[in-house]
Design a protein around this ligand. Structure first.
Ligand code: UD1
Ligand code: CA
Length: 450
Protein backbone atom coordinates (compact mmCIF):
# COMPACT_ATOMS: atom_id res chain seq x y z
CA UNK A 1 0.00 0.00 0.00
CA UNK A 2 1.28 3.39 -0.95
CA UNK A 3 0.17 6.85 0.14
CA UNK A 4 1.62 10.01 -1.38
CA UNK A 5 1.67 13.31 0.47
CA UNK A 6 2.55 16.56 -1.27
CA UNK A 7 3.70 19.42 0.95
CA UNK A 8 2.04 22.52 -0.42
CA UNK A 9 1.14 24.62 2.60
CA UNK A 10 4.16 26.92 2.74
CA UNK A 11 3.97 30.61 2.01
CA UNK A 12 6.74 30.75 -0.55
CA UNK A 13 7.99 34.03 0.91
CA UNK A 14 11.04 34.13 -1.33
CA UNK A 15 8.88 34.19 -4.50
CA UNK A 16 7.53 37.64 -3.50
CA UNK A 17 4.27 36.84 -5.27
CA UNK A 18 0.53 37.13 -4.66
CA UNK A 19 0.19 33.67 -6.18
CA UNK A 20 0.84 30.70 -3.87
CA UNK A 21 4.22 29.25 -4.80
CA UNK A 22 2.87 25.83 -5.79
CA UNK A 23 0.54 27.54 -8.30
CA UNK A 24 3.37 29.22 -10.17
CA UNK A 25 3.33 27.96 -13.76
CA UNK A 26 6.09 26.06 -15.45
CA UNK A 27 5.75 25.23 -19.17
CA UNK A 28 2.00 25.58 -18.90
CA UNK A 29 1.33 23.53 -15.74
CA UNK A 30 1.49 24.59 -12.09
CA UNK A 31 4.25 23.30 -9.84
CA UNK A 32 1.82 21.20 -7.81
CA UNK A 33 0.24 19.70 -10.94
CA UNK A 34 3.70 18.65 -12.08
CA UNK A 35 4.50 17.10 -8.73
CA UNK A 36 1.21 15.20 -8.75
CA UNK A 37 1.72 13.92 -12.26
CA UNK A 38 5.23 12.71 -11.44
CA UNK A 39 3.76 10.13 -9.04
CA UNK A 40 0.76 9.05 -11.14
CA UNK A 41 2.56 6.02 -12.50
CA UNK A 42 2.99 4.60 -8.97
CA UNK A 43 -0.80 4.40 -8.66
CA UNK A 44 -0.88 5.31 -4.97
CA UNK A 45 -3.91 4.20 -2.94
CA UNK A 46 -4.10 7.58 -1.24
CA UNK A 47 -3.06 11.02 -2.42
CA UNK A 48 -2.95 13.68 0.26
CA UNK A 49 -2.23 17.31 -0.33
CA UNK A 50 -1.16 19.40 2.63
CA UNK A 51 -2.45 22.90 2.14
CA UNK A 52 -2.38 25.97 4.37
CA UNK A 53 -1.28 29.28 2.93
CA UNK A 54 -4.01 30.36 0.44
CA UNK A 55 -5.42 26.87 0.80
CA UNK A 56 -8.69 27.65 -0.98
CA UNK A 57 -6.93 28.88 -4.06
CA UNK A 58 -4.70 25.81 -4.16
CA UNK A 59 -7.68 23.45 -3.70
CA UNK A 60 -9.68 25.23 -6.35
CA UNK A 61 -6.87 25.00 -8.88
CA UNK A 62 -6.93 21.23 -8.48
CA UNK A 63 -10.70 20.80 -8.55
CA UNK A 64 -10.55 18.81 -11.79
CA UNK A 65 -8.14 16.27 -10.25
CA UNK A 66 -10.21 13.53 -8.63
CA UNK A 67 -9.30 11.50 -5.57
CA UNK A 68 -7.20 14.10 -3.74
CA UNK A 69 -7.50 14.41 0.02
CA UNK A 70 -6.82 17.95 1.18
CA UNK A 71 -5.33 18.20 4.66
CA UNK A 72 -5.21 21.61 6.26
CA UNK A 73 -2.06 22.72 8.07
CA UNK A 74 -2.84 25.86 10.03
CA UNK A 75 -0.58 27.64 11.02
CA UNK A 76 2.46 26.45 9.03
CA UNK A 77 5.21 25.49 11.44
CA UNK A 78 7.54 23.63 9.14
CA UNK A 79 7.72 20.53 6.98
CA UNK A 80 7.67 18.20 10.02
CA UNK A 81 4.57 19.94 11.36
CA UNK A 82 3.02 19.54 7.90
CA UNK A 83 3.51 15.77 7.99
CA UNK A 84 2.25 15.61 11.59
CA UNK A 85 -1.13 16.64 10.16
CA UNK A 86 -1.28 13.20 8.54
CA UNK A 87 -1.33 11.36 11.87
CA UNK A 88 -5.11 11.53 11.90
CA UNK A 89 -5.99 10.84 8.25
CA UNK A 90 -3.42 8.03 8.05
CA UNK A 91 -4.25 6.44 11.42
CA UNK A 92 -4.15 2.68 10.95
CA UNK A 93 -2.40 2.91 7.57
CA UNK A 94 0.44 0.39 7.39
CA UNK A 95 2.09 1.02 4.00
CA UNK A 96 4.72 3.40 2.70
CA UNK A 97 4.34 7.15 2.66
CA UNK A 98 6.01 8.95 -0.22
CA UNK A 99 6.52 12.61 0.71
CA UNK A 100 7.00 15.06 -2.14
CA UNK A 101 7.85 18.72 -1.81
CA UNK A 102 5.32 20.78 -3.76
CA UNK A 103 8.12 22.99 -5.03
CA UNK A 104 10.27 20.25 -6.63
CA UNK A 105 8.60 19.92 -10.03
CA UNK A 106 11.08 18.24 -12.37
CA UNK A 107 11.15 14.74 -10.91
CA UNK A 108 10.93 11.96 -13.44
CA UNK A 109 8.37 9.22 -12.74
CA UNK A 110 11.13 6.61 -13.21
CA UNK A 111 13.13 8.17 -10.38
CA UNK A 112 10.23 7.88 -7.97
CA UNK A 113 9.71 4.30 -9.09
CA UNK A 114 13.38 3.54 -8.32
CA UNK A 115 13.08 5.22 -4.94
CA UNK A 116 10.05 3.13 -4.02
CA UNK A 117 11.55 -0.12 -5.28
CA UNK A 118 14.90 0.56 -3.58
CA UNK A 119 13.12 1.38 -0.34
CA UNK A 120 11.03 -1.79 -0.44
CA UNK A 121 14.04 -3.95 -1.31
CA UNK A 122 16.23 -2.62 1.52
CA UNK A 123 13.56 -2.61 4.18
CA UNK A 124 14.79 0.78 5.42
CA UNK A 125 12.65 2.94 7.69
CA UNK A 126 13.20 5.85 5.32
CA UNK A 127 14.90 6.31 1.96
CA UNK A 128 15.40 9.79 0.63
CA UNK A 129 16.54 11.20 -2.68
CA UNK A 130 19.85 13.01 -2.60
CA UNK A 131 22.06 14.73 -5.14
CA UNK A 132 25.57 16.08 -5.39
CA UNK A 133 25.54 19.71 -6.34
CA UNK A 134 28.43 21.97 -7.30
CA UNK A 135 26.59 24.70 -5.41
CA UNK A 136 24.63 23.12 -2.56
CA UNK A 137 23.75 26.39 -0.87
CA UNK A 138 20.22 26.66 0.44
CA UNK A 139 19.61 22.92 0.60
CA UNK A 140 19.74 20.63 3.62
CA UNK A 141 23.00 18.63 3.74
CA UNK A 142 22.88 14.86 3.95
CA UNK A 143 25.48 13.46 6.34
CA UNK A 144 25.88 9.87 5.23
CA UNK A 145 28.26 6.93 5.43
CA UNK A 146 29.69 5.20 2.36
CA UNK A 147 27.15 2.38 2.57
CA UNK A 148 24.31 4.84 1.94
CA UNK A 149 23.20 5.04 5.58
CA UNK A 150 22.18 8.54 6.60
CA UNK A 151 23.10 9.82 10.01
CA UNK A 152 21.23 13.11 9.82
CA UNK A 153 20.21 16.04 7.66
CA UNK A 154 21.26 19.54 8.60
CA UNK A 155 19.58 22.57 7.05
CA UNK A 156 21.89 25.05 5.34
CA UNK A 157 21.22 27.72 7.95
CA UNK A 158 21.91 25.33 10.83
CA UNK A 159 25.17 23.94 9.36
CA UNK A 160 28.57 24.30 10.94
CA UNK A 161 31.28 25.57 8.60
CA UNK A 162 32.45 21.97 8.02
CA UNK A 163 28.92 20.68 7.34
CA UNK A 164 28.39 23.45 4.82
CA UNK A 165 31.24 21.98 2.74
CA UNK A 166 29.22 18.79 2.20
CA UNK A 167 27.81 18.84 -1.30
CA UNK A 168 25.37 15.93 -0.89
CA UNK A 169 21.97 17.54 -0.51
CA UNK A 170 18.46 16.50 0.50
CA UNK A 171 16.04 16.67 -2.42
CA UNK A 172 12.98 16.88 -0.17
CA UNK A 173 11.60 13.59 -1.54
CA UNK A 174 11.26 10.73 0.94
CA UNK A 175 9.83 7.26 1.11
CA UNK A 176 8.91 6.42 4.72
CA UNK A 177 7.63 3.33 6.41
CA UNK A 178 4.54 5.10 7.74
CA UNK A 179 4.06 3.34 11.11
CA UNK A 180 7.74 3.97 11.95
CA UNK A 181 7.47 7.62 10.91
CA UNK A 182 4.21 8.05 12.79
CA UNK A 183 5.96 6.82 15.95
CA UNK A 184 8.71 9.47 15.79
CA UNK A 185 6.76 12.46 14.41
CA UNK A 186 5.58 13.58 17.88
CA UNK A 187 9.22 13.75 19.02
CA UNK A 188 10.21 16.59 16.65
CA UNK A 189 11.54 19.74 18.28
CA UNK A 190 11.83 23.25 16.97
CA UNK A 191 15.35 23.94 18.26
CA UNK A 192 16.68 25.26 14.98
CA UNK A 193 17.39 28.58 13.35
CA UNK A 194 13.84 28.95 12.00
CA UNK A 195 12.11 27.63 15.14
CA UNK A 196 10.16 25.18 12.99
CA UNK A 197 9.47 21.46 13.11
CA UNK A 198 11.63 19.91 10.42
CA UNK A 199 10.66 16.72 8.64
CA UNK A 200 14.36 16.26 7.98
CA UNK A 201 14.93 15.70 11.72
CA UNK A 202 12.95 12.44 11.58
CA UNK A 203 15.82 10.92 9.59
CA UNK A 204 18.11 10.88 12.64
CA UNK A 205 15.33 9.21 14.65
CA UNK A 206 14.74 6.42 12.12
CA UNK A 207 16.92 3.39 11.49
CA UNK A 208 18.09 2.47 9.04
CA UNK A 209 17.80 5.68 7.03
CA UNK A 210 19.11 5.37 3.49
CA UNK A 211 19.61 7.75 0.60
CA UNK A 212 19.46 7.25 -3.13
CA UNK A 213 21.56 9.63 -5.19
CA UNK A 214 19.93 10.80 -8.42
CA UNK A 215 22.07 10.68 -11.53
CA UNK A 216 20.63 13.88 -13.00
CA UNK A 217 20.72 16.60 -10.36
CA UNK A 218 18.44 18.81 -12.48
CA UNK A 219 15.54 16.58 -11.48
CA UNK A 220 15.54 17.66 -7.89
CA UNK A 221 15.80 21.41 -8.41
CA UNK A 222 13.70 23.05 -5.73
CA UNK A 223 12.00 26.35 -6.44
CA UNK A 224 12.17 28.99 -3.76
CA UNK A 225 12.55 32.14 -5.85
CA UNK A 226 12.12 33.47 -9.38
CA UNK A 227 15.69 32.62 -10.33
CA UNK A 228 15.12 28.96 -9.58
CA UNK A 229 11.76 29.15 -11.37
CA UNK A 230 13.54 30.38 -14.51
CA UNK A 231 16.22 27.70 -14.16
CA UNK A 232 13.58 24.96 -13.93
CA UNK A 233 11.71 26.39 -16.91
CA UNK A 234 14.95 26.17 -18.89
CA UNK A 235 15.49 22.54 -17.88
CA UNK A 236 11.93 21.64 -18.78
CA UNK A 237 12.06 23.43 -22.13
CA UNK A 238 15.27 21.63 -22.97
CA UNK A 239 13.65 18.29 -22.12
CA UNK A 240 10.61 19.05 -24.26
CA UNK A 241 12.66 20.14 -27.27
CA UNK A 242 14.93 17.13 -27.00
CA UNK A 243 11.91 14.85 -26.83
CA UNK A 244 10.45 16.30 -30.03
CA UNK A 245 13.78 16.34 -31.84
CA UNK A 246 13.99 12.61 -31.15
CA UNK A 247 10.47 12.29 -32.58
CA UNK A 248 11.53 13.85 -35.87
CA UNK A 249 11.04 17.60 -35.44
CA UNK A 250 13.75 20.00 -36.67
CA UNK A 251 14.46 23.10 -34.61
CA UNK A 252 16.79 25.47 -36.42
CA UNK A 253 17.46 27.46 -33.24
CA UNK A 254 16.13 25.30 -30.39
CA UNK A 255 17.07 27.61 -27.55
CA UNK A 256 14.91 30.41 -28.95
CA UNK A 257 11.71 28.33 -28.92
CA UNK A 258 9.43 27.32 -26.04
CA UNK A 259 6.94 24.47 -25.88
CA UNK A 260 4.17 23.35 -23.60
CA UNK A 261 3.88 19.80 -22.37
CA UNK A 262 0.57 19.34 -24.20
CA UNK A 263 1.85 20.41 -27.63
CA UNK A 264 2.11 17.63 -30.23
CA UNK A 265 4.12 17.62 -33.47
CA UNK A 266 4.00 15.33 -36.51
CA UNK A 267 7.15 14.11 -38.29
CA UNK A 268 9.32 16.43 -40.34
CA UNK A 269 7.92 19.58 -38.82
CA UNK A 270 10.48 22.37 -39.10
CA UNK A 271 10.40 24.97 -36.36
CA UNK A 272 12.36 28.10 -37.20
CA UNK A 273 13.69 30.56 -34.58
CA UNK A 274 11.51 32.36 -32.04
CA UNK A 275 8.43 30.14 -32.07
CA UNK A 276 6.34 29.57 -28.96
CA UNK A 277 3.76 26.85 -28.48
CA UNK A 278 1.29 27.02 -25.63
CA UNK A 279 -1.64 24.95 -24.45
CA UNK A 280 -2.69 21.80 -26.28
CA UNK A 281 -1.59 22.64 -29.81
CA UNK A 282 -1.17 20.04 -32.50
CA UNK A 283 1.12 20.64 -35.48
CA UNK A 284 0.66 18.31 -38.45
CA UNK A 285 3.48 16.46 -40.21
CA UNK A 286 5.63 18.48 -42.57
CA UNK A 287 4.55 21.92 -41.34
CA UNK A 288 7.08 24.73 -41.41
CA UNK A 289 6.55 27.10 -38.51
CA UNK A 290 8.30 30.42 -38.09
CA UNK A 291 10.33 32.37 -37.67
CA UNK A 292 8.39 34.34 -35.10
CA UNK A 293 5.15 32.53 -34.24
CA UNK A 294 2.97 32.21 -31.16
CA UNK A 295 0.67 29.21 -31.41
CA UNK A 296 -1.72 28.60 -28.54
CA UNK A 297 -4.29 25.80 -28.25
CA UNK A 298 -4.47 25.53 -32.02
CA UNK A 299 -4.45 22.73 -34.57
CA UNK A 300 -2.59 22.78 -37.87
CA UNK A 301 -3.12 20.16 -40.57
CA UNK A 302 -0.22 18.61 -42.47
CA UNK A 303 2.07 20.66 -44.67
CA UNK A 304 1.14 24.15 -43.52
CA UNK A 305 3.48 27.13 -43.60
CA UNK A 306 3.11 29.66 -40.84
CA UNK A 307 5.32 32.73 -40.71
CA UNK A 308 5.27 35.57 -38.16
CA UNK A 309 1.78 34.78 -36.95
CA UNK A 310 -0.24 34.60 -33.76
CA UNK A 311 -2.78 31.77 -33.55
CA UNK A 312 -5.09 31.28 -30.59
CA UNK A 313 -7.72 28.53 -30.44
CA UNK A 314 -7.68 28.31 -34.20
CA UNK A 315 -8.01 25.28 -36.48
CA UNK A 316 -6.14 25.29 -39.76
CA UNK A 317 -6.59 22.59 -42.41
CA UNK A 318 -3.76 20.95 -44.34
CA UNK A 319 -1.63 22.76 -46.87
CA UNK A 320 -2.47 26.30 -45.74
CA UNK A 321 -0.16 29.30 -45.88
CA UNK A 322 -0.56 31.66 -42.93
CA UNK A 323 1.34 34.93 -42.58
CA UNK A 324 3.49 36.84 -42.44
CA UNK A 325 1.85 39.08 -39.82
CA UNK A 326 -1.47 37.29 -39.43
CA UNK A 327 -3.59 36.97 -36.32
CA UNK A 328 -6.04 34.07 -36.04
CA UNK A 329 -8.18 34.57 -32.96
CA UNK A 330 -10.38 32.08 -31.10
CA UNK A 331 -13.03 30.31 -33.14
CA UNK A 332 -11.21 30.63 -36.46
CA UNK A 333 -11.41 27.61 -38.75
CA UNK A 334 -9.43 27.77 -41.96
CA UNK A 335 -10.18 25.14 -44.61
CA UNK A 336 -7.45 23.16 -46.41
CA UNK A 337 -5.35 24.89 -49.04
CA UNK A 338 -6.29 28.38 -47.90
CA UNK A 339 -4.01 31.41 -47.81
CA UNK A 340 -4.20 34.05 -45.13
CA UNK A 341 -1.67 36.80 -45.65
CA UNK A 342 -0.19 39.93 -44.16
CA UNK A 343 -2.04 42.20 -41.77
CA UNK A 344 -5.10 39.97 -41.71
CA UNK A 345 -7.06 39.34 -38.52
CA UNK A 346 -9.69 36.60 -38.38
CA UNK A 347 -12.00 35.87 -35.46
CA UNK A 348 -14.83 33.40 -34.89
CA UNK A 349 -15.10 32.65 -38.58
CA UNK A 350 -15.14 29.63 -40.83
CA UNK A 351 -13.25 29.60 -44.09
CA UNK A 352 -14.00 26.65 -46.41
CA UNK A 353 -11.25 25.15 -48.59
CA UNK A 354 -9.08 27.20 -50.91
CA UNK A 355 -10.06 30.60 -49.53
CA UNK A 356 -7.69 33.53 -50.05
CA UNK A 357 -7.53 36.48 -47.67
CA UNK A 358 -4.19 37.82 -48.61
CA UNK A 359 -3.85 41.41 -47.50
CA UNK A 360 -5.03 43.92 -44.89
CA UNK A 361 -8.39 42.46 -43.85
CA UNK A 362 -10.55 41.99 -40.80
CA UNK A 363 -12.84 38.96 -41.00
CA UNK A 364 -15.00 38.58 -37.89
CA UNK A 365 -18.07 36.41 -37.29
CA UNK A 366 -18.12 35.31 -40.91
CA UNK A 367 -18.63 32.17 -42.99
CA UNK A 368 -16.74 32.07 -46.26
CA UNK A 369 -17.50 29.39 -48.87
CA UNK A 370 -14.95 27.47 -50.93
CA UNK A 371 -12.49 29.43 -53.06
CA UNK A 372 -13.74 32.82 -51.91
CA UNK A 373 -11.21 35.50 -52.80
CA UNK A 374 -11.19 38.36 -50.34
CA UNK A 375 -9.72 41.49 -51.89
CA UNK A 376 -7.09 43.60 -50.16
CA UNK A 377 -8.49 45.72 -47.36
CA UNK A 378 -11.90 43.99 -47.19
CA UNK A 379 -13.55 44.44 -43.81
CA UNK A 380 -16.52 42.66 -42.30
CA UNK A 381 -18.20 45.28 -40.17
CA UNK A 382 -19.57 42.87 -37.58
CA UNK A 383 -20.34 45.18 -34.67
CA UNK A 384 -23.12 47.77 -34.61
CA UNK A 385 -22.02 49.14 -31.26
CA UNK A 386 -24.28 46.79 -29.32
CA UNK A 387 -24.40 43.40 -31.00
CA UNK A 388 -22.19 41.28 -33.23
CA UNK A 389 -23.66 40.07 -36.54
CA UNK A 390 -22.59 37.46 -39.09
CA UNK A 391 -21.39 37.86 -42.64
CA UNK A 392 -21.91 35.02 -45.11
CA UNK A 393 -20.03 34.91 -48.41
CA UNK A 394 -20.98 32.11 -50.83
CA UNK A 395 -18.49 29.88 -52.65
CA UNK A 396 -16.44 31.38 -55.44
CA UNK A 397 -17.31 35.00 -54.60
CA UNK A 398 -14.75 37.75 -54.92
CA UNK A 399 -14.64 41.04 -53.06
CA UNK A 400 -12.82 44.01 -54.56
CA UNK A 401 -10.18 45.95 -52.72
CA UNK A 402 -11.38 48.07 -49.80
CA UNK A 403 -14.88 46.56 -49.58
CA UNK A 404 -16.86 46.92 -46.38
CA UNK A 405 -19.53 44.30 -45.72
CA UNK A 406 -21.88 45.60 -43.06
CA UNK A 407 -23.32 42.65 -41.12
CA UNK A 408 -25.75 41.02 -40.93
CA UNK A 409 -25.29 40.40 -44.63
CA UNK A 410 -25.34 37.42 -46.99
CA UNK A 411 -23.63 37.29 -50.35
CA UNK A 412 -24.66 34.35 -52.57
CA UNK A 413 -22.15 32.27 -54.49
CA UNK A 414 -20.19 33.62 -57.42
CA UNK A 415 -20.82 37.21 -56.37
CA UNK A 416 -18.47 39.97 -57.47
CA UNK A 417 -18.12 43.03 -55.26
CA UNK A 418 -16.66 46.11 -56.89
CA UNK A 419 -13.65 47.73 -55.26
CA UNK A 420 -14.40 50.34 -52.62
CA UNK A 421 -17.99 49.19 -52.06
CA UNK A 422 -19.80 49.48 -48.77
CA UNK A 423 -22.57 46.88 -48.85
CA UNK A 424 -25.45 46.86 -46.40
CA UNK A 425 -27.92 44.60 -48.27
CA UNK A 426 -27.81 40.92 -49.28
CA UNK A 427 -26.57 40.10 -52.78
CA UNK A 428 -27.99 37.14 -54.80
CA UNK A 429 -25.73 34.52 -56.40
CA UNK A 430 -23.98 35.45 -59.61
CA UNK A 431 -24.55 39.23 -59.20
CA UNK A 432 -22.15 42.16 -59.34
CA UNK A 433 -22.61 44.50 -56.39
CA UNK A 434 -21.33 48.05 -56.36
CA UNK A 435 -21.89 50.40 -53.48
CA UNK A 436 -19.79 53.48 -54.06
CA UNK A 437 -20.08 56.99 -55.46
CA UNK A 438 -19.90 57.20 -59.21
CA UNK A 439 -16.65 58.74 -60.50
CA UNK A 440 -17.05 62.31 -61.64
CA UNK A 441 -14.64 63.78 -64.19
CA UNK A 442 -14.75 67.46 -65.17
CA UNK A 443 -12.61 68.16 -68.18
CA UNK A 444 -10.44 71.24 -68.58
CA UNK A 445 -10.56 72.05 -64.87
CA UNK A 446 -8.58 75.23 -64.27
CA UNK A 447 -6.53 73.80 -61.38
CA UNK A 448 -5.19 75.61 -58.30
CA UNK A 449 -3.56 78.46 -60.18
CA UNK A 450 -6.98 79.51 -61.43
C1 UD1 B 1 13.40 21.70 2.30
C2 UD1 B 1 14.18 20.74 3.19
C3 UD1 B 1 15.64 20.73 2.73
C4 UD1 B 1 15.73 20.34 1.27
C5 UD1 B 1 14.83 21.21 0.42
C6 UD1 B 1 14.75 20.62 -0.97
C7 UD1 B 1 13.13 20.82 5.39
C8 UD1 B 1 13.21 21.35 6.77
N1 UD1 B 1 14.10 21.18 4.56
O1 UD1 B 1 13.91 23.00 2.51
O2 UD1 B 1 16.39 19.83 3.52
O3 UD1 B 1 17.07 20.42 0.85
O4 UD1 B 1 13.49 21.27 0.95
O5 UD1 B 1 14.04 21.45 -1.87
O6 UD1 B 1 12.19 20.09 5.08
N2 UD1 B 1 5.68 23.39 3.54
C9 UD1 B 1 4.48 23.08 4.14
N3 UD1 B 1 4.26 23.51 5.42
C10 UD1 B 1 5.18 24.21 6.14
C11 UD1 B 1 6.42 24.52 5.50
C12 UD1 B 1 6.64 24.08 4.22
O7 UD1 B 1 3.63 22.45 3.54
O8 UD1 B 1 4.89 24.55 7.29
C13 UD1 B 1 5.92 22.95 2.15
C14 UD1 B 1 6.20 24.10 1.22
O9 UD1 B 1 4.98 24.56 0.62
C15 UD1 B 1 7.11 23.46 0.18
C16 UD1 B 1 7.81 22.35 0.94
O10 UD1 B 1 7.05 22.13 2.12
O11 UD1 B 1 6.40 22.92 -0.90
C17 UD1 B 1 9.25 22.71 1.31
O12 UD1 B 1 9.26 23.86 2.11
P1 UD1 B 1 10.41 24.96 1.97
O13 UD1 B 1 10.18 26.00 3.01
O14 UD1 B 1 10.54 25.40 0.58
O15 UD1 B 1 11.69 24.11 2.42
P2 UD1 B 1 13.21 24.37 2.02
O16 UD1 B 1 13.75 25.46 2.85
O17 UD1 B 1 13.34 24.49 0.55
CA1 CA C 1 11.92 24.68 -1.06
Amino acid sequence: MLAVAVLAAGKGTRMKSDLPKVLQPLAGATLVERVLSSCERLQPERRLLIVGHQAEQVEQSLSSHGGLEFVLQQPQQGTGHAVQQLLDPLAGFTGELLVLNGDVPLLRPETLQQLLEGHRASGAAVTLLSARLADPSGYGRVLAAHDGRVEKIVEHRDCTEAERQVNLINAGIYCFNWPQLAAVLPRLRSDNDQGELYLTDTVALLSPAMHLEVADADEINGINDRLQLAQCEAVLQQRLREHWMREGVTFTDPASCTLSEATRFGRDVVVEPQCHFRGASSIGAGCRIGPGCLIESSTLGEGCQVLHAVLRQAEVGEGCAIGPFTQLRPGTRVGPGSHVGNFVEIKNSTLAEGVKVNHLSYIGDADLGAAVNVGAGTITANYDGVNKHRTVIGAGSKTGANSVLVAPITLGSGVTVGAGSTLTKDVPSGALALGRARQLVKENWPGPQG
